[in-house]
Design a protein around this ligand. Structure first.
Ligand SMILES: [Zn+2]
Length: 114
């Protein structure tokens, strides 16, 4: 099956996309704990780290994190512009703390740090 250019998978290979989805969520949660984030900015940030997500992939992901109560969003208007910004909730901050422990543990094992 031939994919059109605009519908390329978010990460190079389908299997990898699946593998990285948790990392991407943790990454988003991390930034949302640091400061308010918005979709386009997050797409650029993730691209900087080698993850190529389309808005069609990122927005459902953000929405999913909001539905789970880890993020909350509001529409921010300035002049003609409006965009939805996301912040971590208290539960999101707690989830990040728990995730950090696991990432650290995994990191230690993968890189054999004592
Ligand atoms: Zn980052």
């Amino acid at each position: 099956m031939i994919r059109s250019k605009d519908r390329s998978p978010t990460v190079s290979a389908d299997g990898r996309q699946d593998l990285y989805s948790g990392l991407i969520r943790i990454h988003i949660l991390y930034h949302a704990c640091e400061e308010p984030i918005f979709g386009q900015g997050m797409i650029e940030e993730l691209r900087r780290h080698g993850y190529r997500l389309s808005p069609g992939t990122l927005y459902p992901l953000l929405h999913g994190l909001e539905t789970k109560g880890l993020l909350r969003s509001r529409i921010v208007r300035s002049g003609k512009w409006s965009r939805r910004e996301y912040r971590a909730t208290a539960a999101g901050k707690q989830a990040l703390r728990a995730a950090k422990k696991r990432v650290q543990e995994l990191f230690g094992e993968i890189f054999e740090m004592e």
